[in-house]
Design a protein around this ligand. Structure first.
Ligand code: X2X
Length: 343
C-alpha cells in the first residue's frame, strides 16, 4: 500500500487522526464557506478509513492545489448525506456532484451496469481489469452516459465478495438454502441468492450493521476490506471465502457540474480521480494479504468452500441463461471474451 500503511488504516479505523494530523474530511456543518468558484460535494457509502476515502482525500487535495483552490471538493463518506438510493437521486439532480456507486446498485437506472457482478465470472484481478479497463467497462460507461450521468474512466475496486454469518460456516450451496442474507438493493444480487434457494433481503448498506446486530438477517456478503472497515466482525462470527462476485464503484459525476468546469479544471479533476482509483486498487490487493489474519485475530472463523459447487448450482438454476438474456447477446459476448463461456 504505497504511501498508506497498515498503521494508517488501523489508526484511522480506531478513530485516531491519520499521520497527516489533519482530519480526512470536515463535517459539512462546521466547514468554513468555500471561497472557491466551484465548491462541490463527493458522497459515498464507505467508512472514513476505507482506502477509497483515503485515496479520494489525496485526490481532492491535489485538485484543490492544482486549480488554485477554485475546485473545492468536499468528501462526505459513510452515508453522511443519505443512503445509496438517495445519493443516486442527488447526483442526478445536482444535489451532490460526485458519487461512487456499485454497478449492481446503479443497474436500477442502468441495467447494463450490473454485468461485472455475474456470479463467478472473474477468477482473479487480471481478468477483472482486462474487462473493466477494456470493452466491458467501455460498454457500461456508454450506457451510464446515455442515462445522463458522466462516469469517470477508472472504476474503483470494491473487491471479491465473501459471505459472513452469525450462525454457521457456508461450506456448500446447501448451506445457503433458506439462509436469511442481506443483499444490496439490486436485481442481480437478489436473483443470485434466490437461485441458491436463500431468502435475500434488500437493505441499503447504511442499515446493514444494525440488521446483523438485531438478527433481522443471519448474514451478508462483502469484500474483506469492508468487513474490516465497517467493523462487521463485531456482529458476525463466520466468514466463508466464496469469491462469488467481483464488485466495483463507478465514480459518477453530475453532467451539468462536470461539463460546467473550464476544460483545464475538468482535466485536473478527471486525472486525479482516475489516478486515485488505480492507487486504491493496489491498496485493496495489499490489504487482502493480511486482512484474513487481522480478522481471525478479531475472532472471525474462516473457511474456503469449493466454488465449483456454487457455480454449478447457479448454472442448474438457470441464473446464467437468465442474465445472458437480460444483458443481451452483444454485452454478454463482450463479457465472455474475458471470462470464457459462462452460459
Ligand atoms: O452495499 C454494499 O454491500 C457495498 C458497500 O459493498 C456496496 O456499496 C455494494
Amino acid at each position: 500500500m504505497t504511501g498508506l500503511t497498515r498503521r494508517h488504516l488501523l489508526a484511522s479505523a480506531g478513530g485516531v487522526a491519520l499521520a497527516t494530523a489533519t482530519p480526512v474530511v470536515t463535517p459539512f456543518a462546521i466547514r468554513k464557506a468555500s471561497a472557491a468558484d466551484y465548491p462541490m460535494r463527493f458522497a459515498n457509502n464507505l467508512p472514513l478509513s476505507h482506502p477509497m476515502n483515503l485515496r479520494a482525500k489525496e485526490a481532492t487535495d491535489a485538485i484543490r492545489e492544482q486549480t488554485d483552490g477554485q475546485v473545492d471538493i468536499e468528501i462526505f463518506p459513510n452515508n453522511q448525506l443519505g443512503g445509496d438510493t438517495d445519493m443516486l437521486s442527488q447526483v442526478r439532480s445536482g444535489g451532490v456532484q460526485f458519487f461512487t456507486l456499485s454497478g449492481l446498485i446503479l443497474s436500477t437506472l442502468v441495467p447494463a451496469a450490473a454485468i461485472n457482478g455475474v456470479g463467478f465470472a472473474f477468477p482473479d484481478y487480471d481478468h477483472v481489469w482486462r474487462a473493466m479497463d477494456g470493452e466491458v467497462g467501455a460498454h457500461v460507461r456508454e450506457e451510464i452516459t446515455n442515462a445522463g450521468l458522466i462516469p469517470l474512466e477508472k472504476i474503483w475496486d470494491n473487491g471479491f465478495r465473501q459471505i459472513t454469518t452469525s450462525t454457521k460456516a457456508i461450506e456448500s450451496p446447501d448451506d445457503l438454502v433458506n439462509f436469511k442474507i442481506r443483499v444490496p438493493v439490486s436485481p442481480l444480487w437478489t436473483s443470485m441468492f434466490t437461485a441458491f434457494g436463500s431468502a435475500p433481503t434488500s437493505i441499503n448498506f447504511a442499515e446493514v450493521y444494525s440488521a446483523l446486530q438485531t438478527r433481522v438477517v443471519e448474514g451478508q456478503e462483502n469484500p474483506l476490506a469492508i468487513v474490516e472497515t465497517a467493523k462487521l466482525y463485531e456482529v458476525q462470527q463466520y466468514c466463508s471465502l466464496t469469491n462469488h462476485m467481483w464488485d466495483g464503484y463507478w465514480m459518477l459525476c453530475n453532467r451539468r457540474a462536470l461539463s460546467g468546469l473550464p476544460d483545464e479544471y475538468r482535466e485536473v479533476v478527471e486525472r486525479n480521480f482516475n489516478e486515485a482509483a488505480v492507487k486504491e486498487r493496489a491498496d485493496i490487493v495489499e490489504l487482502n494479504t493480511h486482512l484474513r489474519a487481522d480478522l481471525e485475530g478479531r475472532q472471525l472463523a474462516f473457511n474456503e468452500p469449493d466454488p465449483a459447487a456454487f457455480r454449478a448450482k447457479l448454472q442448474e438454476a438457470g441464473f446464467y441463461a437468465e442474465w445472458k438474456e437480460k444483458f443481451g447477446e452483444e454485452a454478454w459476448a463482450l463479457l465472455e471474451k474475458t471470462t470464457g463461456t459462462l452460459a
